[in-house]
Design a protein around this ligand. Structure first.
Ligand SMILES: *Cc1c(COP(=O)(O)O)cnc(C)c1O
Length: 345
């Protein structure tokens, strides 16, 4: 075995030499005083890319989503979101614990979407007895639904259902550029129907840290105060913003390669053993396992230098990213086939 091929997540990618150079050379200032020109440039570029008035640089996607919920709602409000959404599944219930809202889930379909009628039925007006629904959260691409891409019509219709009833819409666009690459439209078109959108620099875009929350100027001003509240206001953070600018400049247009690699990986997995992968639309492969336990398979893979994660008792997830080449996929599949051969021998 030569090198480890790490398919646990696209977050494992490491900053490239060029990105590190950009970080080292970044012009910086105290961003809490509004003095960091690199952060300001990143925020204005992010806002423009998403078609929003303003943007806020934050340490993580989790904080971006929490700030969205905190800033859109008041304590006691009800927030609608998919039962497979990242906000509901993986963010420690921050919406409830910190924003003090009720989170009401709607079943995600396999394609990551929600049923418009179900959303409409769930929306309720505040009265003496019931909390009012004030926010709907959507996700594109959809992580737990295998990186599924929600088409524009679906997103826009869901947003319209919410808006007709006075409910705001936040889009968790952690991987919005993956969706934009597949749909062949600017990210701004995807975010267009939503009031606010967050996206990650630290996933497929290859930056070490950072996400942006984008929306109307007044909203972002209030989110900036809430970021301070959460301890997310940072000082000479242009060093990190420079990595983000480099990522937007260099690593967006190549996302299609990750999608191609994910398709190759899924095709190979299907032939290699008792694995039933999705047909990935983007960079996330989710494979059901029909024989053996997921932990045993992951251990057998790891022994051969292939890293993946469990995504349920009989399910694993493998993610392609900019540190995994086409050759790495071929190599990974050869090692996986060897692991499957050893398991059945
Ligand atoms: C990764 C992810 C997040 C959170 O990002 P972190 O930077 O890890 O906090 C939010 N939403 C989705 C869909 C994600 O995949």
């Amino acid at each position: 075995m030569t090198h480890t091929i790490d398919l646990r997540s696209d977050t494992v990618s490491r900053p490239s030499a060029g990105m590190r150079r950009a970080m080292a050379e970044a012009e910086v200032g105290d961003d809490v005083f509004g003095d960091d020109p690199t952060v300001q440039l990143l925020e204005s570029q992010a806002a423009a890319l998403m078609g929003k008035e303003a943007a806020l640089f934050v340490p993580s996607g989790t904080m971006a989503n929490l700030l969205a919920v905190l800033t859109h709602t008041r304590p006691g409000d009800e927030v609608l979101l998919g039962d497979q959404s990242h906000i509901f599944q993986y963010e420690l219930g921050g919406a409830a614990r910190i924003a003090h809202v009720l989170t009401r889930t709607i079943a995600n379909r396999d394609d990551g979407s929600l049923d418009c009628n179900e959303v409409a039925r769930a929306i309720r007006a505040e009265n003496l007895h019931s909390p009012g629904t004030t926010l709907l959260c959507l996700e594109n691409t959809h992580n737990r639904c295998g990186g599924a891409v929600l088409p524009l019509e679906v997103l826009d219709e869901l947003a319209a259902v919410a808006h007709r009833r006075g409910v705001n819409v936040h889009l968790d666009g952690a991987r919005i550029f993956n969706a934009a690459s597949v749909l062949g439209v600017p990210a701004a078109s995807i975010a267009g129907g939503c009031d606010t959108v967050s996206f990650c620099l630290s996933k497929g875009l290859g930056a070490p840290v950072g996400s942006l929350l984008c929306g109307p100027a007044g909203f972002i001003e209030r989110a900036r105060r809430n970021r301070k509240l959460l301890g997310g206001a940072m000082r000479q953070v242009g060093i990190l913003a420079a990595a983000g600018l480099y990522a937007l400049e260099n690593n967006v247009s190549r996302l299609g390669e990750d999608h191609e690699n994910a398709k190759l990986l899924a095709d190979g997995l299907r032939r290699a053993g008792p694995f039933q992968p999705n047909t990935p639309e983007t960079n996330i492969v989710i494979a059901d396992i029909s024989e053996g336990r997921v932990d045993d398979w992951l251990a057998a893979f790891a022994q051969r230098g292939i890293l993946a994660v469990a995504f349920g008792p009989q399910r694993m997830r493998l993610v392609t990213h900019l540190d995994v080449s086409r050759e790495d996929i071929d190599e990974a599949l050869a090692r996986i086939a060897a692991a499957a051969g050893a398991a059945t021998a």
